[in-house]
Design a binder for this molecule. Structure first.
Ligand SMILES: [Zn+2]
Length: 624
């Protein structure tokens, strides 16, 4: 159930974010602080036409003669007004290049007016006009490169606007006569309702927000306001839902308080407490973690915990590059696992771990790190970015222990340099290194940047209660020759009524360990508690170490050479071809060699059976 659902979320998230026509923005050439953004737009769920303007207040940190704003070429820029008059602007390659006659520095204001028909990416897209129950709806989803499709934005990662106003004007009623509501990030600060014409909804957030996390939606939403308990006191929880969807309404708070409790306990206060938390229903599968207002298709456990997790990992601290998207998605995916661990009596946690590890361990290649950010499908690879990203965290937790692991995460997410800003994988590794007192660079080289998974062939041999185990590791991809790894193995007796756990540290491709087992070991399961990424090829006893019969074929007598595994005495039986016992002897446990005389027996085939406790072994015996 969990795996399917997860697949579904990730697939849909990817579908949503996939955009066929994009080129990577060059606005990273800009060096400025984004002090304020005021986006004013006129939209209509029944039309793809948009008219708007955006006013930016920027602090140019260096003398700047040109600046680039991202805007899809299908939209028309109607003019640029700057507090310092510009020389010219030109639109090309999905950017507006704005040029001043001489370099400017410090605070400036920039207004960009635009209009046009928003490009309709077939099947998915950043600006969707659709229907629910025959009612028109409009929603946006800008991650990763879609903000420019509907507003002039600095969409390259690296910019968060200190404050943002989203000022939406839409028809008061749709053509069916349904009253429409526009939703966005932050708090509604003004609503002007002209009954027969248009309504204007002005939202404002005073938290730093990345452009891709700004979103709007318009339809005949109903609204439910609830209060959640948080460490900072009551929190407004807004739900915008379709009037016909009573199930969404009924489930709007299901598990939500539990998710808040888990995340606040582990990572600190909900970051946007001064404003709100919210969900807005949309028609896409899956969800999108728009800051303070996630858009979601339903109120399912996996989806809601994932999107709420993003308010910390993704929105508060945002990946600095789409190559590091696992800092958003791997974390959000793992935090769902932490909710399964801590909620619903932990029932689903092993199921979730098993499913995720199975997905990851089936991968022969591909890294969590995204080498090519021009491929949106690769950025949002559900197996690599989501599942493997989550499980390398899970495995690291087992490697370093809960105390250091959670301390590192708490310190990371509360780093003043990273909060309301951006982070790179190296920032995170530094926290793991400091919290544990160990260096984990090699771990990330193998598991994040490297590809593939370890494969294990295990052999074992037992002498008395001592068992020697030999682990041979190969890898599925040449980028990693050895995955250093802590592994748990559960060894069982024949009937699986008894077991003993062994923990080994894999540091070489071929390594032997020993442990004590108070029974005859018959089989083993590597990673029985779902802690590690690995694939088991085989676990088998070494047969040369079980009884050796000599000679065979034999004339008069033979001997069995072996170190019996238990302190109790054993039995040696010989059966004829009809399965009848023709000879039975006791084998004292102290003896390593047992002799059997068969001089008086007829020539032919026999079966030899040796039994010590739960250990049973047979061989064909030939007398001539
Ligand atoms: Zn996500």
């Amino acid at each position: 159930m969990r795996g399917q659902h997860y697949d579904y979320i990730s697939k849909k998230e990817y579908d949503c974010k996939k955009s066929e026509q994009f080129s990577i923005s060059s606005s990273q050439n800009n060096s400025f602080q984004l002090k304020h953004t005021h986006l004013s737009i006129r939209v209509n769920p029944e039309s793809r036409n948009i008219t708007g303007s955006v006013v930016y207040r920027l602090n140019l940190l260096v003398p700047t003669s040109k600046i680039w704003v991202d805007l899809n070429d299908t939209l028309t820029c109607d003019g640029v007004i700057s507090s310092v008059p510009i020389r010219a602007y030109r639109a090309s390659q999905h950017q507006i290049e704005i040029e001043w006659p001489a370099p400017v520095q410090g605070n400036i204001q920039l207004q960009i007016d635009y209009h046009g028909t928003v490009v309709n990416t077939p099947g998915f897209g950043s600006y969707v006009t659709a229907f629910h129950d025959s009612v028109p709806i409009l929603w946006t989803l800008s991650q990763p490169y879609g903000a420019r499709d509907w507003w002039p934005s600095f969409q390259t990662l690296g910019y968060k606007s200190d404050t943002t106003v989203i000022d939406i004007t839409c028809p008061t009623m749709n053509s069916r006569g349904d009253s429409q509501t526009a939703v966005s990030n932050g708090l509604l600060v003004s609503k002007v309702h002209r009954p027969d014409t248009t309504s204007r909804f002005i939202y404002q957030t005073n938290f730093k927000t990345a452009p891709y996390l700004i979103a709007i939606a318009v339809t005949n939403f109903k609204q439910a306001n609830d209060t959640l308990r948080t460490t900072q006191g009551p929190l407004l929880n807004e739900t915008f839902y379709y009037p016909e969807d009573t199930l969404f309404y009924q489930r709007r708070l299901e598990n939500l308080q539990g998710f808040f409790d888990v995340f606040e306990n582990l990572f600190g206060p909900y970051p946007f407490h001064a404003e709100k938390h919210g969900h807005t229903q949309w028609g896409r599968g899956g969800g999108m973690e728009h800051q303070t207002n996630s858009f979601v298709v339903d109120m399912g456990f996996g989806l809601i915990s994932h999107e709420l997790a993003h308010q910390w990992f993704g929105d508060l601290v945002t990946c600095a590059s789409w190559s590091d998207i696992w800092l958003n998605e791997g974390f959000a995916s793992y935090l769902t696992g932490l909710c399964y661990e801590r909620l619903l009596n932990g029932y689903w946690y092993p199921i979730w771990k098993k499913g995720e590890l199975a997905r990851v361990s089936a991968l022969d290649s591909g890294s969590v790190f995204v080498p090519d950010t021009s491929s949106v499908s690769r950025i949002f690879s559900s197996r690599l970015t989501y599942s493997k990203g989550a499980m390398i965290l899970h495995q690291l937790r087992w490697e370093m222990g809960d105390t250091a692991f959670f301390l590192a995460l708490k310190n990371y997410i509360n780093d003043p340099q990273l909060r309301f800003s951006f982070s790179k994988t190296d920032d995170l590794i530094g926290y793991f290194n400091r919290a544990s007192g160990k260096n984990w660079d090699g771990y990330f080289d193998d598991w994040l940047y490297g590809q593939g998974v370890p494969l294990y062939s295990v052999q074992f041999q037992q002498r008395g209660s001592k068992v020697i185990s030999r682990f041979v590791q190969s890898t599925t991809h040449s980028s990693v020759s050895l995955f250093e790894q802590k592994l748990k193995i559960r060894w069982y007796n024949e009937s699986k009524t008894d077991s003993v756990d062994q923990v080994v540290e894999i540091r070489q491709n071929d390594q032997s360990f020993e442990f004590m087992a108070p029974f005859v070991v018959a089989s083993a399961v590597i990673d029985p508690d779902f802690l590690s990424i690995q694939r088991t090829l085989k676990v088998e006893p070494v047969y040369s170490d079980v009884p050796v019969v000599y000679p065979n074929p034999m004339r008069d007598q033979f001997e069995i050479a072996w170190a019996p595994p238990t302190a109790t005495e054993g039995q040696v039986r010989v059966y004829n071809a009809l399965g009848q016992v023709v000879l039975q002897q006791t084998w004292p446990s102290a003896k390593a060699i047992h002799e059997v005389n068969m001089r008086t027996f007829e020539s032919g085939n026999y079966f030899l059976e040796v039994v010590f406790g739960n250990f049973r072994w047979t061989r064909t015996l030939v007398k001539y």
